[in-house]
Design a protein around this ligand. Structure first.
Ligand SMILES: Cc1ncc(COP(=O)(O)O)c(C=O)c1O
Length: 284
């Protein structure tokens, strides 16, 4: 256990490197995995990489390009493929089911660890507990944070038993502290008691149906309560109007035409309706 998403990914990547004895990482175009050492090197944004971070060996390939993945893994030096089942900061893109299945097989064939970064999409947000569960895969490492503590700083990795635990490989002062563990256990209890991931799925379906009615929306992306609306033009002004006039806080992404919508998992239909009323008003 650790205290943030970036730290979770550092541990995931480090463990993959310990386990395989290799050091190169394959990540995907538009990926976001955090702002520290190996995590930021695996993030597809040169603006947040300092020269110091260039020492990591990371290559980016597009989602769904099996040939590119196979070519990279065949070089034999890749310790990990790290992916988001639904990209967050990148703009809500998802790999195809066929690609995810092939990615798992190729990782097995080439002794490479598959890391599912569930920092943003995990803990019920996608309508499943983890977003990768839509596909029938078994990653070597799952990284978790954000919703894990519902606001309290806590993160961690779940490690597949094929990777043998060894004392002292990973560690940090605040990892597994009592308060963080209590917060995380409370989150799990509430998720289960209030069936919040079923609720997230139902609200996501409602959102998509309502969004289809909006003529100015080009594409609806994501699932559960990890959603995006893509417009024909940049959304900077629209997001400002939503927050200052309608008090609705939305997220941006590397896709400048997309607003990211990640409401609390207990959001009600009436709150989503408020967003649609506001979006219509902004387009009058
Ligand atoms: C998919 C993903 N991974 C990792 C991180 C980094 O998490 P943190 O900001 O807690 O370091 C984020 C943060 O937005 C994220 O969305």
């Amino acid at each position: 256990m650790c205290s943030s998403g970036a730290e979770a990914n550092e541990n995931a990547l480090k463990l993959a490197s310990f386990h395989t004895g290799k050091s190169r990482v394959i990540a995907f175009e538009n990926a976001f995995h955090g702002r520290t050492s190996a995590a930021v090197a695996a993030t597809d944004n040169i603006n947040i990489q300092a020269p110091l971070n260039n020492q990591q060996q990371v290559d980016f390939i597009p989602f769904n390009d099996v040939d590119a993945l196979e070519k990279e893994l065949a070089k034999g030096d890749v310790c990990a493929v790290i992916f988001e089942a639904i990209q967050g900061v990148g703009g809500l893109d998802e790999p195809s089911a066929a690609f995810v299945a092939q990615m798992e097989t190729l990782c097995e064939t080439h002794q490479t660890c598959l890391i599912a970064d569930e920092v943003q999409s995990g803990f019920g947000r996608s309508g499943d507990f983890f977003a990768f569960q839509k596909y029938n895969i078994n990653p070597h490492v799952i990284s978790i944070a954000k919703g894990m503590g519902n606001g309290f700083p806590v993160g961690g990795i779940l490690v597949n038993p094929v990777i043998k635990a060894k004392y002292g490989l990973l560690g940090t002062t605040f990892g597994g502290n009592h308060l963080a563990c209590s917060a995380s256990l409370a989150v799990l209890q509430v998720l289960e008691k209030e069936k919040l991931y079923h609720h997230a799925k139902a609200m996501g379906e409602y959102f998509v149906e309502r969004a289809k009615e909006l003529p100015f929306v080009k594409t609806i992306k994501g699932r559960g309560l990890m959603l995006g609306l893509e417009f024909e033009k940049e959304v900077g002004a629209l997001r400002k109007e939503l927050i200052f006039k309608h008090r609705i806080f939305t997220g941006g992404s590397s896709n400048k035409n997309l607003i990211r919508i990640l409401p609390p998992l207990n959001v009600k239909q009436k709150h989503l309706d408020q967003l649609f009323t506001a979006l219509n008003a902004c387009h009058q």
